[in-house]
Ligand binder design. Structure first.
Ligand code: RVP
Length: 504
C-alpha cells in the first residue's frame, strides 16, 4: 500500500507573522540581511556570504549578465541560465566578471547602416537611449559614433533614415583610452559637460562606456558583492547531463558558485554530478543542489556533498508541474520541513548547509515569511523578470508595459535537461508556460522597496538579523476568512487608489 506522507502542504499566503516585542533598537537602519550562501563547519564562516538574501532564478527570461550585475550591486547573486550552449553560458559569466564597476559594456550597439526604426525598436526593448555605433555592431567593434535621443525627432524624421546620417561621428566624440580610471573618466565627463564617455583601445575599438549618472550611483552601492579582484560575484546553473563539458568552462570563466538546475533533485543524477565535481575540483568549486521538498531529500543532497540545498517543486509562478504530473508540495510546509532537517543535520554532523527557498514569492511579505520559516536565502524568477535588467523584451500590451516571462519547462525554453528523464524526446511534455508580467522599472529601486518592508517587519518581530528573526518569529496559520480580512474590504475603493496593489 502507498505510504501516506504525514507532512503538511501549506503555502506562504496561508501564514502571517504575529508581532513580538520591539525595543528602541529595532529600527530598519539597524537591520542586517547578511546570509551564508555555502556550507560551513561549526565555528567557521561561510566562504561566500551575501549582503541581501536574494538570488535570481536559473532561467532564460531572468538571469542574463545585465541582471547579474545589477543584483550583485545590491548585494545578491544571479545564477546565469544553463539552458544554452556551455560556451555561451561561460561567455555570459565572463561578461559579468570582466565588468568594471562604472564601465558599461553596451548590450545595445548599432551599425552605421541601421535605421532610425531599428534605433527606436532597440530603445523600446532595452530602455536605453544612448547607443554606441560600431562598424560590425558588436560591443567591442571599431568605434564609429554614438546615438542619443537628442540626435533625432521621432515626429519629424523618416524611420528609414540611416544611423550614419544622424549619429555623432567618432571624430566629433570625446573619448578616453582603455586603462583610464573611473575617477579620471568622471573628471573628463564633468570638464566637457558630457553625459557619457566612450572608452576605446589603441586600435579605436570600443571597450566600454562611462555614464555621468553611474559615477555617483557607484558611490552609493554600500551592499555590492565583490570578489577579491573587485569583480562582481556571479553564479551559474549546470545540469546533470553535460557537467563534464560545462563545469570546466564555467570555472574557467570565473563563476563563483554553481547550482544544479533540476526540477526534481532527489535523484542519483544529482549525486553523480556532485561526485564528478568533487573528484575533479575537491571543495574549491562551490555547488548547490535541488530541488527537493522534504527532509529526506535534504539529507540525501547534504550527504552527497551539496554546498546549499534548494527547496521547491511546483510553486513557481510559471510552473504547471503539479497539474501535469501531480507532484510537489506547498512551498511553506516544504521549507519548514527542510529547515528543520538542516538544523538537525547541523546538530549531528556539525555542518551547516544553507537552504534556499525557490519559487512562489508573490508578495513582499512572502520574503519575510520564508526567511522567518528558516530559509537562508530566496530564489525568485517572476519578481526579477519584471525589471529593466532582465533579458526579455518590454512590450506594450493594451496600453500597459509588460515584460515576457517563460518557464524553463515551457516549449519556448526547451530546457529538457532540467526535466528530462531520458527516453524518446517526442514524448516530452511541457511543465511551464509562456507569459507576461507587469513591467516594474529598475531592479535597484524595486529591491530597495521590497527589502525596506522586510526590514520593517523584522523590527516588528524584534529581530535585527536573520538568525534572530528565525528565533523570535511567531508564525500563525490563517483561516480562509481571515485572508479576506487581510486586504481592503467592505469599502468602495476610489479608482485613483492603487495602494492596494501590493503584489511585487
Ligand atoms: P517564481 O519566482 O514563482 O516565478 O518561480 C521561479 C522558479 O520556478 C524557478 O527558480 C524554478 O525553480 C521554477 N521554474 C522555472 N521554470 C519552471 C517551469 O517551467 N515549470 N519552473
Amino acid at each position: 500500500m502507498a505510504h501516506f506522507f504525514e507532512g503538511e502542504s501549506h503555502t506562504f499566503s496561508e501564514y502571517l507573522l504575529v508581532p513580538g516585542y520591539s525595543s528602541h533598537e529595532n529600527v530598519p537602519q539597524g537591520v542586517s540581511l547578511k546570509t551564508p550562501l555555502v556550507k560551513f563547519r561549526r565555528g567557521e564562516h561561510s566562504a561566500l556570504t551575501m549582503n541581501i538574501p536574494l538570488t535570481s532564478a536559473v532561467m532564460q527570461a531572468v538571469s542574463g549578465p545585465r541582471l547579474a550585475i545589477a543584483l550583485a550591486q545590491e548585494g545578491g547573486i544571479s545564477f546565469i541560465y544553463q539552458s544554452q550552449a556551455p560556451e555561451q553560458e561561460a561567455k555570459m559569466v565572463r561578461e559579468v566578471k570582466s565588468y568594471k564597476a562604472g564601465f558599461v559594456v553596451s548590450d545595445s550597439t548599432l551599425t552605421p547602416s541601421m535605421t532610425l526604426a531599428d534605433v527606436l525598436e532597440l530603445r523600446n526593448r532595452t530602455g536605453h537611449s544612448t547607443m554606441p555605433v560600431t562598424e560590425d555592431g558588436s560591443a567591442h567593434g571599431l568605434f564609429c559614433g554614438i546615438v542619443t535621443s537628442r540626435d533625432y525627432r521621432v515626429s519629424r524624421d523618416d524611420p528609414s533614415k540611416r544611423v550614419c546620417e544622424f549619429m555623432t561621428p567618432a571624430q566629433q566624440c570625446i573619448t578616453a583610452q582603455e586603462g583610464t580610471t573611473l575617477k579620471a573618466a568622471n573628471d573628463i565627463i564633468w570638464d566637457h559637460k558630457l553625459n557619457q564617455l566612450p572608452i576605446v583601445d589603441g586600435e579605436g575599438r570600443l571597450v566600454s562606456l562611462v555614464f555621468r549618472k553611474d559615477y555617483d550611483s557607484h558611490k552609493s552601492l554600500p551592499n555590492e558583492l565583490l570578489d577579491e579582484h573587485k569583480s562582481y560575484i556571479v553564479g551559474a546553473g549546470i545540469n546533470t547531463r553535460d557537467y563534464a563539458e560545462r563545469v570546466p568552462l564555467l570555472v574557467e570563466a570565473g563563476a563563483d558558485v554553481l547550482c544544479i538546475d533540476s526540477s526534481e533533485g532527489f535523484s542519483e543524477w544529482e549525486k553523480l554530478t556532485l561526485d564528478w565535481i568533487r573528484e575533479h575540483y575537491g571543495n574549491t568549486v562551490k555547488v548547490g543542489a535541488g530541488n527537493i521538498v522534504d527532509a529526506e531529500g535534504f539529507r540525501y543532497l547534504a550527504e552527497a556533498g551539496a554546498d546549499f540545498v534548494k527547496v521547491g517543486i511546483g510553486g513557481g509562478s510559471i510552473c504547471i508541474t503539479r497539474e501535469q504530473k501531480g507532484i510537489g508540495r506547498g512551498q511553506a510546509s516544504a521549507l519548514i520541513d527542510v529547515c528543520r532537517a538542516r538544523d538537525e543535520y547541523f546538530e549531528e554532523a556539525g555542518v551547516y548547509v544553507p537552504v534556499c527557498s525557490d519559487g512562489g514569492i508573490v508578495y513582499d511579505y512572502h520574503m519575510t515569511l520564508a526567511l522567518a520559516m528558516g530559509a537562508d536565502f530566496l530564489m525568485l524568477g517572476r519578481y526579477f523578470a519584471r525589471f529593466d535588467e532582465s533579458p526579455t523584451r518590454r512590450l506594450n500590451v493594451n496600453g500597459s508595459y509588460v515584460k515576457e516571462y517563460w518557464g524553463e519547462g515551457s516549449a519556448r525554453a526547451r530546457n529538457w535537461a532540467r526535466y528530462d528523464l531520458g527516453g524518446d524526446k517526442r514524448l516530452s511534455f511541457v511543465e511551464g508556460v509562456d507569459s507576461y508580467v507587469p513591467y516594474a522599472g529598475p531592479l535597484k529601486e524595486n529591491v530597495e522597496g521590497s527589502l525596506t518592508k522586510v526590514r520593517s517587519t523584522m523590527c516588528n518581530c524584534g529581530a535585527l538579523d536573520l538568525c534572530e528573526l528565525r528565533e523570535k518569529a511567531k508564525i500563525t496559520l490563517v483561516s480562509a476568512t481571515s485572508l479576506v480580512e487581510g486586504g481592503a474590504h467592505d469599502v468602495i475603493l476610489k479608482e485613483s487608489d492603487s495602494s492596494t496593489n501590493f503584489r511585487s
